[in-house]
Write a protein that binds this ligand. Structure first.
Ligand code: N01
Length: 552
């Protein structure tokens, strides 16, 4: 495989692979490609590496997967040398880690920062992509890898008057790089997902008054964050081979923990309560894996949901506020569960108030207030914690044209269609890392990123060895995969929530459960089996003559 010499476009530079994005996916992809002797160029919109951790700098931002597990596993030296300071790393530390990785593996020389990819067009005659960037240049590449992230296209709410508000308006996912001081200010925050829930307690400590505008209450589990001791780090490091193996193969979500051996209704009331109490005391996402049927059986789910509602009721002193904070309209876990530090406790502060905007939506924003039910809640600054156009949003912003000039946006107008979440039929040599149709956001992202990057790298080696120039998803295989992803999702409680997993947070977006919920181990096995069968379900071809990949 060599860089094409005469691309169809006016491209001045040619690469084996163009990678879009220098987050954790793009960085590792670049590292692997270099190891294979392939030329690669990364284009990154931000001014530095880190992706989501570059942009999401809001107060209180930290990862909800434990830091010893939310880290690359591809280099043992790296995982042995890096010292995480806390159980859940704060955003600045994760960004420092991303920068450390970039330096350690000398990645920056192939990354062009502050450059958006605006357009990518496949030329069928030369089997190459022409990639046009925001600096007006076009390069060509045999392959394009979209490492654009699942939660990178901010959702700005369409609220009347937002543009006439006189004070500063911040979006959690595009937070300024300089510190923001809310001291003495009346702050309003709209949105109570993970970003809102993490930032509310921190902003409340600074602000004169914080008004939280809540449309849907969320289930949140205490993080129980704490400094990591040297002994805790050592235990992880000594056991990394087994821990990483477990995360890849045994844990559905790529997180190392004990696996449940029973359903919630297999235990009596006292035993079940004791287990929930123990998980609540331990804190973190593993609350949901105490039983094996919380995502499947509504009655089982109700026991966990009821327990969390009780905890909210015990924590929040004002009964009306407590009631408003208790989620009742969807099963626990079917919207991304949150973990927090003192979120519910924050509503006991005299300088914090909750406004329910479900019953009475925001009417408008004025120059200095948020108007709800005819009442003006005066604020000096606004924080939008309103989430993302998830999974497809960042891809949709690029004008991607495949065979016959058809755009990916046209193809995905009724919802994203991929084979394995890795490729989409009609778009040859275009890979997506953690795309819709793969476990991605339902897992520890780094586990899923590494799996996809390794699979793509192995695939490129196979193509090189076989003298193949093109690869694309077969239409039938894709249809079957899309149906399978849908079937598996509908065997669970997940579609019952209006979540961003379903595209429900974006008006007009098709309601389709986007990630693959079959579990990372099952999915990895499927991907490996397909590769072992000569990439079954993919159409591979030499430059001149496409052929169907060997079936089993
Ligand atoms: O976004 P969200 P997020 N008017 O979509 C509300 C990851 N993440 O940035 O639920 C009023 O979850 C919306 O209300 P509703 C994680 O995967 C991880 O918080 O649609 N309100 C909701 O309350 C997470 O799930 C970490 O009714 C409006 C909120 O805004 C994902 O990112 C930290 C509105 C949006 O919540 C997204 O989280 C942060 C409107 N027009 C994020 N539009 C960690 O690792 C939206 N809302 C810990």
């Amino acid at each position: 495989m060599s860089a094409p010499s005469s691309p169809a476009s006016q491209a001045s530079e040619a690469y084996d692979v163009v990678i879009v994005g220098a987050g954790f996916a793009g960085m590792y992809m670049l590292h692997r490609l270099r190891g294979l002797g392939l030329s690669a160029r990364v284009f990154e919109q931000g001014g530095g590496v880190g992706g989501t951790w570059y942009w999401n700098r809001y107060p209180g931002a930290r990862c909800d997967v434990e830091s010893m597990q939310y880290s690359y596993s591809f280099s043992d030296e790296l995982q042995q040398e890096w010292d995480w300071s806390e159980r859940y790393a704060p955003q600045p530390e994760i960004l420092k880690y991303a920068n450390h990785v970039a330096d350690r593996f000398d990645l920056r020389r192939d990354i062009q920062f502050e450059t958006r990819v605006d357009r990518a067009e496949f030329d069928e005659r030369s089997s190459t992509w022409s990639v046009t960037t925001s600096d007006g240049k076009t390069v060509s590449a045999s392959f394009v890898v979209l490492a654009t992230g699942c939660l990178s296209n901010a959702r700005k709410p369409d609220i009347k008057g937002l543009d006439i508000f006189k004070g500063p308006v911040y979006h959690t996912s595009n937070w300024p790089h300089e510190p923001i001081d809310f001291t003495g200010l009346r702050v309003g925050i709209i949105g109570t997902g993970s970003s809102g829930i993490q930032s509310v307690p921190v902003i409340a400590e600074q602000a004169k008054h914080l008004t939280v505008f809540q449309r849907t209450p969320n289930y949140s589990i205490p993080a129980r964050n704490a400094p990591l001791t040297p002994a805790e780090r050592k235990t992880f490091r000594d056991n990394y081979p087994a821990i990483r193996h477990f995360a890849r193969w045994e844990a559905r979500n790529g997180i190392y923990t004990e696996l449940p051996d029973r359903g919630a209704l297999d235990d009596g009331d006292n035993e079940r309560r004791a287990k929930y109490e123990a998980r609540w005391a331990r804190g973190g996402l593993t609350f949901m894996s105490v039983y094996n049927n919380l995502g499947l059986d509504k009655t089982a789910n109700d026991t966990a949901a009821g327990f969390v509602r009780e905890k909210i009721g015990e924590t929040v002193r004002d009964p009306a506020t407590a009631k408003a904070l208790q989620p009742t309209t969807y099963p626990i876990g079917t919207k991304r569960i949150c973990i927090d530090t003192d979120y519910f406790e924050t509503f006991n502060r005299p300088n914090v108030s909750l406004v329910d905007i479900k019953t009475n939506p925001i009417e408008e924003i004025t120059a200095n207030a948020v108007r709800v039910a005819g009442h003006d809640h005066e604020v000096d600054a606004l924080v939008l914690a309103t989430g993302f156009d998830a999974m497809t949003g960042s891809v949709a912003r690029i004008d991607i044209r495949g065979r016959g000039g058809k755009t990916l946006n046209q193809k995905w107008a009724e919802g994203p269609k991929t084979y394995l979440g890795l490729m989409s039929a009609g778009f040859p040599n275009l890979f997506i890392i953690t795309g819709p149709g793969s476990p991605s956001v339902l897992s520890n992202m780094i586990v899923s990123i590494e799996q996809h990057v390794d699979w793509i790298a192995d695939c490129l080696v196979y193509m090189r060895e076989q003298g193949l120039a093109t690869m694309e998803a077969d239409v039938d295989a894709e249809e079957k995969w899309v149906a399978h992803v849908n079937d598996v999702a509908h065997g669970t409680l997940y579609p019952q929530a209006n979540s961003w997993y379903m595209g429900a947070n974006i008006p007009g977006k098709p309601r389709i459960f986007m990630p693959y919920i079959g579990g990372v181990g099952v999915y990895r096995q499927i991907c490996n089996d397909i590769a072992a069968k000569g990439y079954e379900g993919f159409v591979m071809g030499r430059a001149e003559q496409p052929r169907r990949a060997a079936a089993s």
